[in-house]
Design a protein around this ligand. Structure first.
Ligand code: ZN
Length: 200
């Protein structure tokens, strides 16, 4: 595994903080969507909404998706039944197939280098790390899924846009709050199924 350039990690950290602040700005007027379970939430987390942080540094593209598990999976409890475990495995396979989730210009010659997935829902297969948790509590808690994708593009001059195909892959995802740093600077905004193109 080649080391991730320090600059990409730093920039992702910066824009993650920026998007967390952005979430706070929306707390007041999105309150109505959250009532009922907001007080139980472990993180500021609204179903249907995720965040996408993206850095393009030359031909290197780092993308971080942070999403409520519900958006990708349809549930957030720790998988106990065989059916739920199968859904979690299928989701991991789908996220690892990153070339189908992000569409780059063919001329840029981009390929996925690395995918890292992290979620409480992905850590239960061996069973012994979570003996201290109570299953009755986990059934009520909210869980996020984080995915880091690293792509390398050999023709960086042709990398002028990225289409985000997460909406068709995961219909439970309605909006992604975007923070991106591209060749021409920083941009933010909101991606949806009909506005899923990031242009640089
Ligand atoms: Zn939730």
């Amino acid at each position: 595994m080649r080391p991730t350039p320090f600059i990409i990690g730093s920039l992702l950290a910066v824009i993650s903080v920026a998007s967390a602040a952005h979430d706070h700005d929306h707390d007041d007027h999105e309150h109505e969507h959250e009532h009922g379970h907001e007080h139980e939430s472990l993180s500021a987390h609204e179903h249907g909404v995720g965040s996408l942080n993206l850095v393009v540094d030359g031909g290197e593209v780092a993308i971080e998706l942070v999403s409520p598990a519900n958006n990708l999976l349809g549930f957030e409890h720790l998988p106990a039944s065989n059916a739920d475990k199968a859904k979690v495995k299928a989701l991991q396979a789908q996220l690892n197939d990153a070339d189908s989730l992000f569409v780059f210009p063919a001329a840029a010659d981009c390929s996925v280098e690395e995918v890292e997935l992290s979620s409480p829902l992905f850590e239960t297969e061996d069973g012994h790390e979570h003996e201290h948790e109570h299953s009755d509590e986990s059934a009520e808690s909210h869980a996020d899924i984080q995915a880091h994708f690293h792509f390398n593009c050999t023709q960086e001059a042709a990398l002028d846009q990225i289409q985000v195909a997460l909406f068709s892959a995961f219909p439970g995802t309605e909006r992604l709050l975007l923070q991106a740093i591209g060749p021409k600077g920083q941009q933010g905004g909101e991606l949806t199924a009909t506005q899923n193109l990031i242009r640089f």
